[in-house]
Design a protein around this ligand. Structure first.
Ligand code: FMN
Length: 320
């Protein structure tokens, strides 16, 4: 099994294959998650479009959205056939669209169904099956209910849980508000680890630095970083050394860009617009001199028809 001491969260519209290719140039070992893909999209849609990725992205986990055990088992098998290293079920995303399809965080109210989903996925593949969830939803936020939920997952054979350490209010808060307003309660995740010592538990929510990551790893099995890794991807540069104990030389930002260019050229030739790739690179110089000029250059130039890799040209901002 791959190491999940540090991972980058599944983020719709953000952690697509181009983003993951880029992040992989910064860290070799950080586990990367896809965007959530629904079982409906995989079963009825353009499978190849949703599943393809570059082999350098490993280790890479596919996140599924759905609540039909048979469909999930079928999609888990597809994911394994495509070589994904882990299959994750989304029980944490609170958006309306997602509630109507009966998946995401609303499933925390149906622990028996989620357990059936895990059982079916577990029986279908050899790859690890994991669940990402919240600490509660709406008024159902007691620790006893959470323990019941996690206990059922564990009995169903779930290989690890990723806990976004805040509850979700399904009515009244937007998905974005649900990532900020309910308070973070890291102590609840530590309590879960105490009560489920044999279940690998990854903590998520509001973690922004490797210092914080390393501190959490004293008590927990892994840390998942979402927004901070997207907006400031260079925080991952020291992850291989500090989190995974691999001392290979850290590339410079410029080397990362240089390595991205042949990839971008291949993708452009295959019809991918420059902006679909370069938008994920906006945060590369976050906190560095020239960061604003870099962002402005990409935002202004990348969406022009015919824009190519010159958009990533090594201006003054790409020195370090
Ligand atoms: N969580 C999921 O489980 N599946 C998703 O597809 C998903 N999409 C997201 C899209 C965006 C733009 C953002 C900001 C978050 C999304 N999330 C999704 C939630 C993140 O995975 C993560 O749990 C949350 O942002 C908290 O972690 P953070 O504070 O480190 O960002």
């Amino acid at each position: 099994q791959h190491n999940r001491r540090l991972s980058v969260a599944p983020m719709l519209d953000w952690t697509d294959r181009h983003c993951r290719y880029f992040l992989r140039l910064i860290s070799r070992h950080t586990l990367l998650y896809t965007e959530m893909i629904t079982t409906g999209a995989l079963i009825h849609g353009d499978r190849e479009r949703f599943l393809r990725y570059d082999p350098t992205e490993h280790p890479v986990a596919l996140q599924l959205g759905g609540s039909d055990p048979e469909d999930l088992a079928r999609c888990a098998r597809m994911a394994e056939d495509w070589g994904y290293d882990e299959i994750n079920l989304n029980v944490g995303c609170p958006s309306d669209r997602v509630q109507n399809g009966r998946f995401g965080a609303c499933l925390m109210a149906e622990p028996a169904l989620v357990a059936d989903c895990v059982t079916a996925m577990r029986a279908a593949v050899r790859a690890p099956v994991t669940v990402k969830h919240r600490i509660g939803i709406d008024e159902r936020d007691s620790y006893a209910e959470l323990v019941d939920f996690v206990g059922r997952l564990s009995e169903a054979g779930c290989d690890a849980i990723i806990v976004h350490a805040r509850k979700a209010w399904l009515k009244g808060l937007s998905p974005k508000e649900n990532r900020d307003i309910p308070p973070l309660r890291y102590e609840v995740v530590r309590d879960l680890k105490r009560d489920f010592p044999h279940l690998p538990i990854v903590i998520n929510g509001g973690i922004e630095t490797l210092d914080a990551t390393v501190a959490f790893l004293n008590d927990l099995d892994g840390v998942m970083i979402g927004r901070a890794a997207y907006h400031n991807p260079w925080i991952l540069a020291e992850a291989d050394r500090r989190v995974f104990g691999d001392d290979h030389p850290i590339p410079t930002r410029r080397q990362v860009l240089e390595a991205f260019i042949p990839y971008a050229e291949r993708q452009l030739a295959a019809g991918v617009p420059m902006n679909a790739m370069s938008r994920h690179l906006l945060g590369l110089f976050q906190g560095q001199p020239g960061a604003r000029a870099w962002r402005r250059r990409i935002s202004e130039q990348a969406h022009r028809p015919g824009a190519g890799v010159e958009v990533l040209g090594f201006g003054d901002h790409a020195r370090s």
